[in-house]
Design a protein. Structure first.
Length: 296
């Protein structure tokens, strides 16, 4: 934890909607447009405090994903994580979730879960032909917010052929803040980090020049050159005053945290505190990263 320091046309899934069955539910999250919420994002933003959590949920049924084959349990795990984190020694509940490696049917189920009643959800699939196992729709990234979202954009990130990557961005007018969730190319797909460098530049461009909270599983360590531009122009919530560092979020097979690959970037003027659990996460191969962000 660090002390205070100086992301497509899609469907918005609301928790007040009817319960969505897992099988076949993924298609519904990928249709339609979210409204462009009028004028709020163009007014001078008021002071706001936002608790944001980013988590690679490891949602497909593949090796290394503990709950990929048990989607109902995974949805419950997301609800638990959103309410069970500690930042600066205080228990906090998330206002915003940035999720990666999540399946579209799981996002639909989150939208129908009582714990997320009234939330807005946006999803973007990684690739048009990719599918999750067990009828869970398509893999991708998502944003969940307890306030309404508008001006939603889904963008293709530069990526090696056959390994498509995406990001989703949306504005929360209530906070005057742009939110983006992304997952970058894996090291095996991009050993030199050149694709990740281009992905970082595209993500920053999509986030825009105003008040922002963006990040996700960027698949590189803090010292990676691919992240130079992000560290130059923004503040990362777990960054020390003189070094690019932070608590490890990626776990190995035994649950031990081995490296930091998950990030939350904000404007440099924001005051930010962040935390990562010290105990293994049994629902994913990543630990959640949570930040309390204060915009003046």
């Amino acid at each position: 934890m660090r002390g205070p320091r100086a992301l497509i046309p899609l469907l918005a899934v609301c928790g007040a909607g009817a319960v969505v069955a897992f099988a076949g539910a993924g298609a519904s999250i990928e249709k339609g447009d979210a409204p462009a919420l009028a004028d709020g994002a163009q007014q001078a933003p008021k002071a706001a405090t936002i608790t944001a959590m980013t988590w690679n949920v490891c949602g497909d049924a593949v090796p290394g994903c503990p709950l990929g084959g048990r989607p109902a349990e995974l949805v419950r795990a997301v609800g638990h994580e959103a309410r069970a984190n500690t930042v600066g020694g205080r228990h906090v509940k998330a206002d915003v979730l940035l999720l990666q490696e999540v399946c579209s049917a799981q996002v639909a189920a989150l939208g129908a879960a009582p714990v997320f009643h009234g939330w807005s959800w946006q999803f973007s699939p990684d690739a048009k032909d990719a599918t999750c196992a067990n009828g869970q729709g398509r893999p991708g990234v998502a944003i969940g917010s307890r306030v309404a979202l508008g001006d939603v954009r889904r963008l293709r990130l530069p990526a090696p052929r056959g390994h498509e990557r995406t990001a989703v961005c949306a504005t929360a007018p209530a906070w005057g803040t742009r939110l983006c969730s992304a997952r970058f190319s894996a090291t095996g797909e991009d050993p030199r980090g050149e694709w990740r460098r281009r992905q970082a530049a595209r993500l920053a461009e999509a986030a825009g020049p105003g008040r922002v909270v963006f990040g996700g599983d960027l698949t590189d360590v803090p010292a990676g050159r691919a992240l130079d531009g992000l560290y130059r122009d923004y503040a990362e919530c777990d960054q020390g005053p003189n070094a690019r560092d932070g608590a490890a979020t990626l776990q190995n097979w035994s649950g031990a945290a081995v490296s930091k690959t998950d990030y939350l970037f904000t404007n440099r003027t924001a005051a930010t505190s962040c935390g990562v659990a010290r105990t293994p996460n049994r629902a994913s191969d990543h630990r959640a990263l949570t930040a309390v962000i204060r915009f003046s």
